[in-house]
Ligand binder design. Structure first.
Ligand code: ADP
Ligand code: MG
Length: 139
């Protein structure tokens, strides 16, 4: 069960540029099922906690500022091989290296403002889904 989940966020710039619908369509067309979803704005404390693993890296402070700068959409997704398949769908972290047709290639505006988050492991997918959603918010 658990290995079939991943977690994504539509980041503030992609949300502000009204790419939410197009990104969700790509996600659905790729076979992912939405198991929980909400639009919200992260506080600096929440964004800092979510990206705690990157604390101390040169991009951490600006990442936290950016991720708390406007609304995001948080989404739990289900699909066989969800984590790996979603990383393939979104493309490389730096959009300059992202493959053609990937979400980041299409909708990123910079390395930092790269349209979407995607979990990097089954364990982190579950931790990240639990960070955002209670049991009653998940279908
Ligand atoms: P990913 O989101 O692909 O898992 P990381 O976990 O390495 O990538 O980094 C988290 C986020 O931090 C990235 O999505 C991006 O927004 C930002 N980031 C990572 N590395 C850099 C960098 N060198 N310069 C600017 N922003 C970065
Ligand atoms: Mg990561």
């Amino acid at each position: 069960m658990a290995e079939n989940l991943t977690f994504t966020m539509i980041k503030p710039t992609a949300f502000k540029n009204n790419h939410t619908g197009a990104i969700l369509k790509m996600i659905n067309d790729a076979g992912f099922v939405i198991k929980a979803m909400k639009a919200m704005r992260l506080s600096e404390v929440q964004a800092g906690a979510f990206y705690e693993i990157h604390k101390g890296k040169p991009f951490y402070e600006t990442l936290v500022q950016f991720m708390s700068s406007g609304p995001i959409v948080a989404v739990v997704l289900e699909k066989e091989n969800a984590v790996e398949d979603y990383r393939t769908l979104i493309g490389a972290t730096n959009p300059e290296n992202a493959a053609e047709g990937t979400i980041r290639k299409l909708y990123a505006t910079s390395y930092q403002q790269n349209a979407v988050h995607g979990s990097d492991s089954d364990d982190n997918a579950n931790l990240e889904a639990d960070f955002f959603f209670s049991k009653t918010e998940r279908v």
